[in-house]
Design a protein. Structure first.
Length: 354
């Protein structure tokens, strides 16, 4: 399909900015709601006392695991970029990975876009291809998360079922009154799909729609290359190591607290995969959503509420601080590198083009 790309009108750029702000507000609202239900009517004084006595050695251990995870994620993304014919310097990939996590700490997953934009600043590749490779990487992580949740469900069938019943009873507390909302949403989605199907020929003549379709096609083409990876063994090994180290990082957080110091490596894996569901929701840095999921998990396992809250606050809070601190350092390094490249006229000419 040959598509002629046209310049976007100013009004569209404004609407795009408005959409970004709206998504950010939605993410903040989601985080606030989950955080409220997690901490509402809880005695936080004992929790803060426990956090103040956390073992710094174990916290440093978890931080070192996170740094290694950043490195391995950059190595894995490099494989996907090369698989799509893009040769990107490893330092730029590593900086972009860390920068993406940094942005995700404040926004609902905007980091996935910003890490691609960051690479485009130093390499003349299409954003759609870069974004497609990032989507491919996320597909693998979602698959691993799904497999992990499934394994937890098989090993802990009774607790797993109770966990989701507890979540369902909390979210549907209002009873059948919430079902009309879901019905209206379903009808709206079906109506929109029918509208686009009926008027697809006329819509395809609109420049903005053409550009959107072209962008989606290129993203899909890049994603499809995920299933044709030339370095499959190395890619799978890196994926396994990333998730293993994430479990180790979680284990370090458990051992750092006196309330959870005796918990096993197995439970660290369980909290990672179940807490990962909360991280996947559109909340900045998984704030609120991760806390809530972890608290429900601790209660289902018959563990203390105070331990669940303390672990959720420590693990998510320290992750936030670690990522922000590391992100600032890597961002400064990247800006210095770009300044030097501009000084020597070493940047590609078209790095600012979409």
């Amino acid at each position: 399909m040959s598509v002629k790309l046209l310049h976007l009108p100013y009004s569209y750029k404004m609407s795009k900015s408005f959409k970004s702000i709206l998504q950010l507000l939605i993410g903040l609202i989601v985080a606030s709601v989950f955080l409220y239900f997690t901490l509402h009517n809880k005695d936080l004084s004992e929790i803060w006392a426990g956090l103040r006595t956390a073992d710094p050695a174990w916290m440093a251990f978890s931080f070192s695991m996170l740094l290694i995870v950043f490195y391995l994620k950059a190595e894995r993304w490099k494989i996907l970029l090369e698989n799509s014919g893009m040769q990107v310097k490893f330092t730029d990939i590593l900086n972009s990975v860390v920068f993406g996590y940094f942005v995700n700490s404040f926004t609902p997953k905007f980091g996935e876009i910003m890490r691609c934009t960051n690479i485009k600043r130093t390499h003349d590749y299409k954003f759609s291809q870069l974004f497609g490779s990032g989507v491919s990487e996320r597909i693998w992580d979602v698959l691993i998360l799904g497999v992990g949740v499934l394994i937890v469900g098989l090993f802990e069938l009774d607790k797993f079922w109770e966990f989701f019943l507890q979540i369902g009873s909390s979210t549907l507390e209002g009873g059948s009154a919430s079902w009309p909302t879901y019905l209206y949403l379903a009808i709206a989605v079906i109506a929109m799909a029918g509208f686009f199907f009926l008027f697809r020929k006329k819509l395809m003549q609109v420049a903005i729609i053409q550009r959107l379709v072209y962008f989606v096609q290129e993203v899909v083409q890049t994603v499809l290359l995920t299933f044709q990876i030339k370095k499959y063994p190395r890619f799978l090994l890196l994926t396994f190591l990333i998730w293993f180290l994430l479990i180790l990082m979680n284990y370090g957080f458990l051992q750092a607290l006196s309330l959870t110091a005796g918990y096993s490596f197995y439970f660290a894996a369980v909290t990672l995969f179940i807490g990962g569901i909360g991280w996947a929701l559109p909340a900045p840095g998984g704030i609120g959503t991760t806390h809530w999921f972890i608290l429900q998990l601790f209660l289902v396992f018959g563990l203390s509420e105070q331990a669940g809250l303390s672990f959720g606050i420590l693990s998510n809070g320290l992750n936030f601080l670690y990522i922000v601190a590391t992100g600032i350092v890597f961002w400064i390094v990247q800006e210095i590198r770009i300044i030097r490249l501009r000084k020597h006229n070493s940047l590609p000419l078209n790095t600012l083009n979409p």
